[in-house]
Design a protein around this ligand. Structure first.
Ligand SMILES: C[S@@+](CC[C@H](N)C(=O)[O-])C[C@H]1O[C@@H](n2cnc3c(N)ncnc32)[C@H](O)[C@@H]1O
Length: 430
């Protein structure tokens, strides 16, 4: 397939997503099943077009004066991929899969010198209008730049599992994919997103992955897991363990010494953790499946309780652009209330002197600084560890610089740290 056919396919997939309210991955998969002649390169390129269009939907729609799938895809191809309109029209002519030629009106919009003239900030930042004041509270004057980078393509990040390998061994195993050579964080390996139709490797079918030498984990997630501070020999509860991303990182940091209790209230989300623990060689993790009183024996006993809280996921909008456009103030309010309740629950498992670690993959103040500040105010026996101290104790020599907020939180963002958006705060019980 050449570019004209890929453009037509991306337009069809976006129309399918709109018409059937399907998840993006499902719509892309359905297109692939109905068009079996398309190769892996075609599918990746079509996926890139679709995701690029969804990430920057409002600015492309503003530039085109239309938010139809065709307008969005053409805007992506010309403005982001740098294609030339005349050449595109020529290639459309000879291609039976191609969409209709670009007309004069579309061409004028696609080549406008200032396509976002008069656009409000939320359009420039590609976020729903109601989100704008929330981001402004988190980031001040920088918020449009922050939002803009939350709409970019994410890299593929790996965490080397130090229970089974080291960075050099993993790098050797992955050398044919040419990972980024710079060391940004000690156990991290990055494959940059690339542009146009480039794709990141499918590492999950690699021998090194199957043997547990590395995991797929965004650098932001790796950093907050490290800042969570679990040390060998401690008794740790991972209260919202999910599929175990942070659990595995902590088990490696603890070098299998001490004990992690991994719990999640949702059995289905927890299910993949069993296989992942085995593959990673993590032997100090006891999974506690949900059930009445299953954590009662841990009350008042633990050195550390990690709450990787359910949240809006606004820090991961690069990977889930439709979540950005679907989020409502009501859903945010529900998440904030869940987080408040989980923090209260979490506190009871700590022994005196123990540390409560609160993490979100959000960039919204209600879920981060404000949530932590109200917990600290209501529970004066807890004192936050200053964010810059926490940072320096783990990443003093690192190239990254995080944002520290007055209540003690540390924030990461695509704009600032080149990671997904995360928030972490460590609060010590007196
Ligand atoms: C952000 S996800 C966890 C991701 C996981 N820690 C990782 O690193 O892969 C949040 C998790 O919290 C769980 N959760 C929601 N409410 C909970 C509650 N009251 N108690 C425990 N877990 C809860 C959800 O099922 C979800 O798996």
């Amino acid at each position: 397939m050449r570019l004209p056919g890929r453009i037509a396919a991306a337009i069809d997939v976006l129309a399918d997503i709109d018409a059937h309210k399907r998840p993006v991955a499902e719509a892309l998969k359905a297109w692939g099943l109905n068009n079996r002649f398309a190769g892996a390169g075609d599918r990746a390129a079509i996926g890139n077009l679709v995701y690029d269009a969804l990430r920057r939907k409002s600015s492309h729609a503003w530039a085109m004066g239309s938010d139809t799938p065709r307008a969005l895809v053409l805007s992506v191809v010309v403005r982001e991929w740098g294609e030339n309109i005349e050449e595109l029209n020529q290639s459309f002519e000879g291609d039976r899969f191609a969409a209709a030629p670009i007309d004069a009106d579309e061409a004028a919009k696609l080549t406008a010198a200032d396509p976002l003239a008069g656009a409000p900030d939320h359009v420039r930042g590609d976020v729903p209008e109601w989100i704008a004041p929330h981001l402004a509270e988190s980031f001040g004057e920088d918020w449009v730049a922050e939002a803009h980078d939350l709409s970019g393509r994410p890299p593929l990040d790996l965490r080397v599992n130090t229970l089974k390998a080291n960075r050099d061994k993993a790098l050797r195993a992955l050398s044919r994919f040419a990972p980024d050579a710079t060391v940004i964080i000690p156990e991290g390996i990055r494959f940059p997103a690339g542009d146009r139709d480039s794709r990141t490797p499918n590492v999950q079918s690699e021998e090194g992955y199957i043997k547990g030498w590395f995991e797929v984990q965004d650098f932001g997630s790796q950093i907050v897991a490290a800042l969570g501070g679990a040390r060998g020999g401690e008794q740790v509860l991972d209260l919202c363990a999910g599929a175990g991303g942070k659990t595995l990182a902590m088990a490696a940091a603890m070098q299998n010494r001490g004990q992690i209790f991994a719990y999640d209230s949702d059995r289905t989300r927890l299910a993949p953790i069993y296989d992942r623990l085995k593959r990673a060689g993590a032997r100090n993790v006891q999974v506690r499946a949900p059930g009445e009183g299953v954590l009662d024996d841990l009350i008042g006993k633990l050195d550390r309780v990690v709450v990787d809280a359910p949240c809006t996921g606004s820090g991961t909008w690069r990977r889930q652009p439709t979540a950005k456009w679907k989020l409502t103030p009501e859903q945010l309010a529900v998440r904030v209330e869940e987080q408040r309740a989980i923090l209260i629950e979490a506190a009871k498992y700590l022994k005196p002197g123990g540390t409560l670690v609160y993490i979100t993959c959000s960039v919204l103040p209600e879920e981060n600084a404000r949530q932590a500040a109200s917990f600290l105010e209501a529970n004066p026996e807890f004192k936050a560890v200053a964010g810059n101290k926490l940072w320096m104790s783990h990443f003093s020599g690192a190239k990254l610089r995080a944002r520290f907020s007055p209540e003690g939180g540390v924030s990461l963002t695509p704009h600032l740290t080149g990671t997904d958006g995360f928030y972490v705060i460590a609060m010590q019980r007196g």
